[in-house]
Design a protein around this ligand. Structure first.
Ligand SMILES: C[S@@+](CC[C@H](N)C(=O)[O-])C[C@H]1O[C@@H](n2cnc3c(N)ncnc32)[C@H](O)[C@@H]1O
Length: 358
């Protein structure tokens, strides 16, 4: 899976246990990102609906959530990946934009990304394999990029991993069923149907996913956009339509309260961290307004790798240090009292440094 700001890798076992304790047959992952949480819900036997605004996230969800790994023909996928991997590199948009004008990839990998992406479009568009092959390419590119994990900048000296040759791997498909939806959570929350468990993991501050992962947006859209700035961001990053209300300090709390009120789920679990614009008490109040019992679990977690490396300017030069290297992740659980107790009790059995608050 790709490096991703706010990804809940460490909480996956806990969230899986919550899903199982809730007996969830239908689960919602409303800000699915890498889809790692949705995948875990699926592994625990739920039919999962995975929602996000990002193009790459939709492709990941088509690959890992919507596609049934029990029936997907892996031999066909392996043959397609071998064919793509053998394509000779070509000079294209990625080489020019992300290897020469900027330095996200070394040219030997950029030329292969161009060739493979062209071939996926020409030979596999419309096929069930398309999102799997695209996921494989994005994940391969992520393993050889030259960033600290976000694409607002690349590092000044080539990252050691960027010297490695691009390697296409077969994504680890998950057995079961699910649905992928590319949409704004605020617009669709009410219409998605009813769920046994809904997990909400929205952005909580000014960091925009659209610009932090603009290279993946472009690799999926394959639309050779005009770009600007040192990081060669897509020009549509300036459009209002690519902005999320969750990155706007004043509008975010109301939007979050609205989404929490709109989701039709017996148990609601909301992720939160102490670097957010809203206080955990505000979040608990939003959940309690549904008429639910609320319990909050706290988990110490190391901060994102970029924060540990330091603060960099767009040229990738270190310009400052970060103030602290640990933060607290919370899971606010809401629902009928006995169910919330059961769910919170199950999470407490998982060794992840839990401090129940409520
Ligand atoms: C904190 S990340 C989620 C990380 C995810 N749980 C994981 O483990 O990979 C927040 C996600 O919300 C998405 N997002 C931002 N605004 C959104 C909106 N209005 N509706 C739906 N998704 C949105 C971003 O694209 C990003 O993937």
């Amino acid at each position: 899976m790709i490096k991703y700001l706010g990804s809940k890798r460490r909480l996956v076992p806990v969230l899986g246990a919550l899903c199982e304790a809730a007996g969830a047959r239908r689960a919602l992952d409303l800000f699915t990102g890498t889809t790692r949480v949705a995948q875990e819900f699926k592994r625990r036997g739920a039919h999962v609906t995975a929602v996000d605004t990002a193009r790459y996230s939709e492709v990941f969800a088509q690959c890992y959530v919507a596609l049934d790994g029990a029936t997907a023909a892996r031999s066909e996928l392996r043959a397609a990946l071998a064919d793509l991997a053998a394509r000779p590199g070509v000079d294209g948009y990625v080489t020019e934009t992300f290897c020469e004008r900027s330095r996200f990839f070394q040219p030997h990998n950029g030329r292969r990304i161009d060739a493979i992406r062209d071939a996926i479009e020409a030979d596999h568009r419309g096929s069930w394999m398309y999102p799997v092959l695209l996921t494989s390419l994005v994940e391969a590119a992520d393993r050889v990029d030259s960033t600290t994990g976000v694409q607002m900048a690349y590092v000044k000296q080539w990252a050691p991993r960027s010297y490695k040759p691009l390697e296409l791997r077969l994504p680890e498909l998950v057995a079961g069923t699910g649905t992928s939806v590319r949409a704004d959570a605020c617009e669709v929350a009410r219409a998605l149907g009813s769920f046994d468990l809904a997990y909400l993991d929205p952005p909580y501050n000014q960091h925009r996913y659209f610009t932090n992962y603009h290279v993946w947006e472009t690799l999926v859209a394959w639309d050779a956009p005009e770009h600007y700035g040192v990081a060669c961001k897509r020009v549509d990053a300036r459009d209002a339509g690519t902005r999320s209300v969750f990155n706007q300090r004043r509008a975010m709390p109301d939007a979050l309260a609205q989404v929490i009120a709109s989701v039709d789920a017996e148990v609601l679990v909301v992720s939160y961290n102490n670097e957010s614009w809203v206080a955990v008490e505000e979040l608990e109040a939003m959940c309690a307004a549904r008429g639910d019992a609320v319990r909050t679990l706290g988990f110490p977690s190391r901060r994102y790798v970029g924060a540990r490396i330091g603060i960099h300017n767009p040229q990738g030069e270190r310009v400052g240090t970060v103030s602290h290297l640990e933060n607290l992740e919370y899971l606010v659980c809401a629902g009928p009292p006995s169910l919330v107790d059961r769910v919170a009790g199950a999470a407490a059995g998982i060794p992840a440094g839990i401090t129940p608050r409520g």
